[in-house]
Write a protein that binds this ligand. Structure first.
Ligand code: CP
Length: 314
């Protein structure tokens, strides 16, 4: 694997290999490879799970992590140094890098100047591919595969990068049926749904959960100004205890987390709540992703060598 910028950067077999290795790791079936290395954590937006998870994953692989949260700027400079300048300067210090940034084009710009693999840790409201791998892993842990499943995705599907990557994953691993539940004005882009080729129902009314095998609570930010969601609208797309109790017993509730109030805290005590385990298991998925990236790095490093120093005499 070179860069992982979008979920569609991966083939079906690459995704299966990552998930299969993650399952091995979770089951303790094979000893962890320990390639070591240095991970650059470039987090220009807040993160708990992605940053902590990748840091822990690299530590488990015997490596180390370095964190950067902003490009250099001080009052004597008219503007911060560019992302490209930063990465051209420090990119070679690392074996693999993870970038979270508000700008959609940040990962493409970064990948263009990096010689090492870049993993998209969330680019604005666009994509969050490793979250989708974690989501697929959680679904397969609960139901073995997506075959025959009815999956519901609820929340702000216009701006949820996690939902966008998960929808891309469903183009490769389609469930039987998809139910999208989102407030008016928070529909996903039509081009995300076009490649799916499965029955899709849409609801702007609220949650309908009775027959779901998976309910993915994608998140429901309040929004700001004219884009703000009113309390009444938000409440229709929140998972109450009563709604969660109407899910089939075999169903699972997943979420990229964090939640504001879109899942009643008491839901976490129910059998159907899988989001904390989903997050914990993210460690194995991240180790698996890093192993793939480090394998690429080692293969490149083992390629034709160049002289370490140039002779002054020649
Ligand atoms: N799921 C996720 O991306 O969480 P963080 O924002 O805490 O990294």
């Amino acid at each position: 694997m070179r860069h992982l910028l979008r979920l569609s950067s991966l083939t079906r077999s690459e995704i299966l290999a990552i998930l299969s290795r993650a399952r091995d790791l979770r089951c303790g079936g094979r000893p962890w490879q320990s390639p070591g290395g240095i991970l650059g954590l470039l987090f220009f937006q807040p993160s708990t799970r992605t940053r902590f998870g990748f840091h822990a994953a690299m530590a488990r692989l015997g490596g180390a992590a370095i964190t950067l949260e902003e490009t250099k700027w001080h009052p004597g400079m008219t503007e911060p140094e560019s992302l490209e300048d930063t990465l051209r300067s420090i990119g070679d210090y690392c074996d693999v890098l993870v970038l979270r940034h508000a700008a959609h084009d940040s990962v493409v710009r970064a990948a263009a100047v990096l010689k090492r693999p870049l993993i998209n840790g969330g680019n604005g409201t666009d994509e969050h591919p490793t979250q989708a791998l974690i989501d697929l892993f959680a679904i397969c842990e609960a139901h073995e595969s997506l075959d025959g499943l009815i999956v519901g995705i609820a929340g702000d599907l216009r701006d949820s990068r996690a939902a966008h990557s998960l929808l891309s994953a469903f183009a490769v691993f389609p469930p039987a049926e998809l139910r999208l539940m989102y407030p008016p004005s928070r529909a996903p882009a039509a081009e995300l749904l076009k490649p799916l080729g499965i029955p899709i129902t849409k609801s702007e009314e609220g949650l309908r959960v009775e027959d779901l095998d998976v309910l993915y609570m994608a998140g429901l930010p309040e929004g700001r100004g004219s884009d703000a969601l009113g309390d009444e609208v938000r409440s229709r797309f929140c998972l109450t205890l009563e709604a969660a109790q109407r899910l089939p017993g075999h169903a699972v509730v997943l979420s990229p987390l964090p939640c504001i109030d879109e899942i009643d805290r008491r839901v976490g005590e129910l059998q159907v709540a899988r989001y904390y385990r989903q997050s914990s298991d993210g460690l194995y998925v991240r180790i698996s992703v890093l192993e793939q990236a480090l394998t690429w790095v080692r293969a490149m490093d083992a390629g034709p060598s160049v002289p370490a120093t140039r002779s002054l005499a020649s």
